[in-house]
Design a protein. Structure first.
Length: 344
């Protein structure tokens, strides 16, 4: 009798996400473009990689023991991945979430059994109400708890160094010339870049930042300029502090994108490539558009862009016409979603 072919759990499905060639949205650009689509992870985002890696490293080092509580700050994706891993490994999960996170993400976290604290997004990082400080407080007040602290945990970088980087190198047969990725905590771009540059130091690593974030300015000056900080809508991209999980030396340059352009580009990816992806994926693709217009690529370029998550987490935002209207993102040159017709 043949053995039943089944995975032991969804954790076995983390990683080895596909590389998909982009054709229509890049048709007028010089070079070849490929997307590393992280929505194919079981938790629908790149954060599955760090959740599993950091938790298993903590178990190996005796930091996490049975019955402990895992605490984390998150814009939603990391929280979902940690909650998923916690369920299967038997840990309690408490998450401090930014109020900027979509209602879809917050509902998903509750569905996965996490205890959720929603904190105001537009307060300084050291404000006692910020999700950073709330997570720290809960950690202090909760015996037997472990604070993942993805923004300042170097295992965030290591997770991608050991998985995403090698996967892209193998999938491109070492032909990659440019890596484009958004930078929030910085773990994805830093770990991937560190591995790829070890294989070929000539690979250009281009980070995508948001207007309202301090990351690009810090990369250029190594100074935190608080005058750069103002509210923006894109989730999981940019920061109002400098995460030590970002290896700025591995990144060649940053490009900033707007909330509005990123939202429309996310919608464009769905309508051109059939890829239903998140707000940050729209930002990454918008960055490629800008870089291409600035002459960053030529006919020999082989560009890999990391698309971090799935569009289902943004149904109340980017893919909701009413939300887009309220943000002022529609004008004479932008198209709303197709009209729904009800037959009576």
């Amino acid at each position: 009798m043949k053995k039943i072919q089944a995975q032991k759990s969804v954790l076995n499905l983390i990683g080895n996400t596909p590389l998909i060639e982009l054709n229509r949205i890049t048709s007028k650009m010089a070079g070849s473009f490929y997307a590393k689509v992280e929505a194919f992870n079981p938790g629908h985002s790149a954060k599955d990689r760090i959740a599993l890696y950091i938790i298993e490293e903590a178990e190996k080092n005796g930091v996490l023991t049975p019955g402990d509580t895992i605490i984390e700050t998150t814009s939603g994706n990391t929280g979902f991945s940690i909650a998923m891993v916690s369920i299967l490994k038997g840990y309690k999960c408490i998450l401090a979430v930014s109020s900027k996170s979509s209602p879809d993400k917050i509902d998903m976290l509750k569905t996965m059994g996490a205890e959720v604290y929603v904190c105001p997004a537009h307060v300084p990082a050291d404000d006692e109400r910020s999700y950073y400080e709330v997570a720290k407080r809960i950690h202090k007040e909760t015996p037997g708890s472990v604070y993942i602290n993805q923004y300042f945990n170097t295992s965030n970088i290591d997770a991608h160094y050991h998985s995403t980087g090698p996967e892209i190198w193998e999938q491109t047969n070492g032909q990659i010339t440019h890596l484009v990725a958004c930078s929030g905590t910085g773990g994805t771009i830093s770990g991937t870049a560190r591995f790829l540059k070890e294989q070929n130091p000539n690979i250009k690593v281009l980070g995508i930042d948001a207007y309202g974030s301090v990351i690009q300015k810090y990369h250029e000056t190594r100074e935190l300029d608080k005058d750069e900080i103002y509210p923006y809508r894109i989730e999981g991209l940019g920061k109002n502090l400098i995460p030590s999980a970002t290896d700025f030396d591995c990144i060649d340059a940053f490009t900033k994108v707007t909330d509005e352009a990123s939202a429309h580009t996310a919608r464009e990816l769905a309508k051109t490539e059939g890829l239903f992806l998140g707000y940050t994926s729209g930002a990454a693709m918008q960055g490629i558009k800008q870089l291409s217009a600035d002459g960053a690529f030529d006919e020999n370029s082989k560009v890999v862009v990391i698309f971090p998550d799935h569009g289902s987490r943004y149904m109340s935002k980017v893919y909701n016409d009413e939300w887009m209207e309220k943000q002022g993102f529609f004008d004479a040159e932008t198209e709303k979603s197709q009209t729904i017709q009800y037959i009576k």
